[in-house]
Design a protein around this ligand. Structure first.
Ligand code: G3P
Length: 217
């Protein structure tokens, strides 16, 4: 399973990359706004920090304008993945950009039929939003399971990129459901390694070791 950092904060991405915790990055217009920085500058810096796929989202709403924006974004770096909304226009742009060899991430997916259309359009990644479905008392994880089943039934190569991830448990459940990627905020990724019993157990080992007066080297 791959982990992507869902953020536009370059320093946070660099720390995760240096720790070997991430395989790519996803951004969206809201995350760019939160960064308070110029879109293309931030994307260029992110592409230099990680070699993995970096999702940058178009903001046009008709296919040709999306294609134009997507080609412009793809020219920034070879690890750019053009993020397109799951609309009919976005699917048309996905088909065209994929045909041109551009990596695509079809986002704002909330149903299995939507995901099926994205795979048929040749999307590199599909981004079903787990947390936002949970927010409206719908089972977001069931969507991941349904997409995995459908993609396996037809051997679609589109990678399931679970998004709108809010907790380490979301990541565990996505891994069990067979998602290829989970994209999550940095704090969620850092918490994956944390467990109170690990800390207390290590403290006890080190206390006992100190009492022996010995050293390993
Ligand atoms: O990549 C999509 C993600 O940023 C959305 O997360 O928590 O706003 O639903 P959230």
């Amino acid at each position: 399973m791959k982990f992507f950092a869902d953020t536009a904060e370059v320093d946070a991405i660099r720390s995760l990359e240096e720790a070997g915790l991430i395989d790519g990055v996803t951004t969206n217009p809201s995350l760019i706004k939160k960064s308070g920085r110029a879109f293309r500058q931030v994307v260029e810096e992110i592409c230099a920090v990680t070699k993995g796929p970096v999702s940058a989202e178009v903001t046009a709403v008709n296919a040709q304008a999306m294609i134009d924006e997507g080609q412009s974004l793809a020219a920034i770096a070879n690890n750019i993945t053009v993020k397109l909304p799951l609309t009919v226009e976005g699917l048309k742009a996905c088909r065209a950009l994929t045909r041109d060899g551009v990596m695509t991430n079809v986002t704002l997916c909330f149903s299995a039929p939507q995901a099926l259309l994205a795979a048929k359009a040749g999307a590199t990644f599909i981004s079903p939003f787990v947390g936002r479905l949970d927010d409206i008392h719908t089972d977001g994880m069931a969507l991941i399971q349904d997409i995995r089943t459908i993609y396996d039934n037809y051997d679609y190569k589109t990678e399931v990129l679970a998004a709108s991830i809010r907790t380490p448990n979301h990541i565990k459940e996505c891994a069990i459901a067979g998602a290829d990627v989970a994209t999550a905020p940095p704090d969620v990724l850092w918490r994956l390694a944390e467990h109170p019993l690990t800390h207390s157990g290590l403290d006890a080992f080190l206390k006992d070791w100190q009492a022996t007066g010995q050293s390993v080297i």
